[in-house]
Unconditional design. Structure first.
Length: 167
């Protein structure tokens, strides 16, 4: 029996693993191997995502073998620190690794700008991961004070994207 695993299958597999309490998982096929090891934690995020894989359950590291060539994908380094964090502001952080987009499409206006008043559940940006566009929704009402990432820039898990002064 030949087993094939495409991106969609892998995404569904990781989503299923994220909903379970499985700490280690290995799947091998004729020309691939996927190994997932994770430590469940409860990092707090300041945004919600429409992504299928929950923020705190993103597995690391993943070892993959394709066409009998093995690659080790190491865990990401810690997100870049952002100087000058103010205690009166709420950080909006990236719940996943992806590409940051300020607008729903290149020709459309950005979701938010500095000074924009936002409410809970309002989309503030998009993170593209694995060709999926994930709208990030605010978990706080307030005013956008800082936008720290340029449009089209890759971001790391936990990286501060913008700061909000709560209402």
């Amino acid at each position: 029996m030949t087993m094939k695993l495409d991106h969609e299958d892998l995404h569904r597999l990781l989503a299923a693993l994220a909903e379970s309490d499985i700490q280690e998982f290995r799947l091998e096929g004729k020309d691939f191997r996927v190994e997932v090891k994770r430590h469940l934690g409860s990092p707090s995020a300041t945004v919600a995502s429409n992504a299928v894989i929950p923020i705190e359950d993103i597995p690391a590291p993943i070892v993959q073998t394709t066409n009998t060539k093995t690659e080790q994908v190491a865990p990401s380094p810690p997100p870049p620190s952002v100087p000058g964090s103010r205690s009166d502001l709420v950080d909006v952080t990236a719940p996943m690794v992806g590409t940051f987009y300020r607008a729903p499409a290149p020709e459309e206006p950005p979701f938010v700008d500095i000074g924009t008043r936002i409410s809970v559940g309002q989309a503030v940006c998009i993170l593209e991961a694995m060709k999926l566009m994930n709208e990030l929704e605010s978990e706080v009402s307030g005013e956008i004070i800082e936008i720290l990432v340029e449009n089209g820039t890759p971001v790391e898990f936990g990286q501060v994207l913008m700061r909000v002064k709560p209402a």
